[in-house]
Write a protein that binds this ligand. Sequence first.
Ligand SMILES: Cc1ncc(COP(=O)(O)O)c(C=O)c1O
Length: 442
Amino acid sequence: MDVFTSAVDLLRDRHPERPVLALRPHAARRAANWFLANFPGRVLYAAKANDASVIMDALVEAGVRAFDVASLVEIERVARIPDAELYFMNPIKSRGAIVAAYRDFGVRSFAFDSDEELDKIVQETGGAHDLDLFLRLACPNTHSLIPLEGKFGVSSADAPALLLRTRQIARRLGITFHVGSQAVVPAAFGEAIEQVGQLILDAGVIVDAVDIGGGFPSRYPHSDPPELASFMQEIVRAAAELAVKHSCELLCEPGRALVAEAESVIVRVDARRGNALYVNDGAFGTLFDAAYSGFRFPARLVATSRRKQKPLAEFALYGPTCDSSDYLPGPFVLPECVREGDYIEIGQIGAYGRVLANHFNGYGEYDEVILTDEPMLSMYSSTEEPSVATKTKAGRTLPSRPSSDLSETGAGVAPASDVSSWGNAPRSARPLRDTRRCRMRP
Ligand SMILES: Cc1ncc(COP(=O)(O)O)c(C=O)c1O
């Protein structure tokens, strides 16, 4: 794959006809380094968030060896990674997928949320005695922008009996939950871990593992979460209160937080109508969440010649298909002079961007390059200085963070010892700044 120092460098070399997926593997590596150094337990990458081999390789280089997989296709793909440990955490799986996972790929860790699913796992593995079984709890979506509640999870009323039954079957017994994606308040995890603690007391069983799922946030123009260290502190605080804290392993399954920053899409403007830009990627491409989940992504004009970058204006985008829902309200903040033929870099699409793209209307084909510059926004900046505000012509103030002083090690964040000792770390005092609630991913 060709490597460029920036999107400008790319456009000096070529004028791509197709949208370009611009990968920044160093950003994925830095995020993984941070999680491996700061999470007090085992870090699984949720492979559904981004399956590009360059990104997966970067995570593996950083030391990630455990993966949350949701389907047999993901299992087949991830199993090629040497020493990969696979956790089949989709609470509902086909019988065929369970058999193949267990027999052909050596998967021993399975999530489930009902007696029926547990029966399936037991039957399809021939009553195996080497199963690590994770009961998925229902978890209210109190603090996240993409809810994952409703579809999966046993209720707290039904959980104790199911946990007790599973204890008789499992080699290792685990509890898991998902607080929703882009959780913007550390208490989301604290409250869910407290719910786990109560369940353990109610059921009166020893639990060997608590998997706190994904949900860790990234940074977007509409969502400027507190630093990740405050999430770790809250997790450590809550986990320290578990009755099983001395014997129980903690796990997490970040997707978004590991890869959101690691990819941009570079699109071309094919028409401008007022403040609407018609571009060559959209809702049926990598920008699904901008159309259907209320997400805003940072955007910048990629100019190879001197162009006036000010004043700024707010734009909506239309994707390339004939469907009028291929509309991204944004707003995307760009120089007011943007015109047909220009290229725009849209950042932070590394999580759930490429994996949601389809071929509707014959689109969905991309060029791919590696960029070595910094992502447009980052959770892994070396200092936690206040956000730098960008003012648009319409007077709106947008949060953004400089990403020029980032290192691959995640330097400057709380040292590992601050969060890996299960003590009484201070709770985050930063208020919830995100005001929008987003639609459930259809
Ligand atoms: C079981 C499970 N684990 C982890 C994740 C990753 O979540 P996130 O990308 O919010 O970190 C998901 C996302 O849907 C999930 O369903």
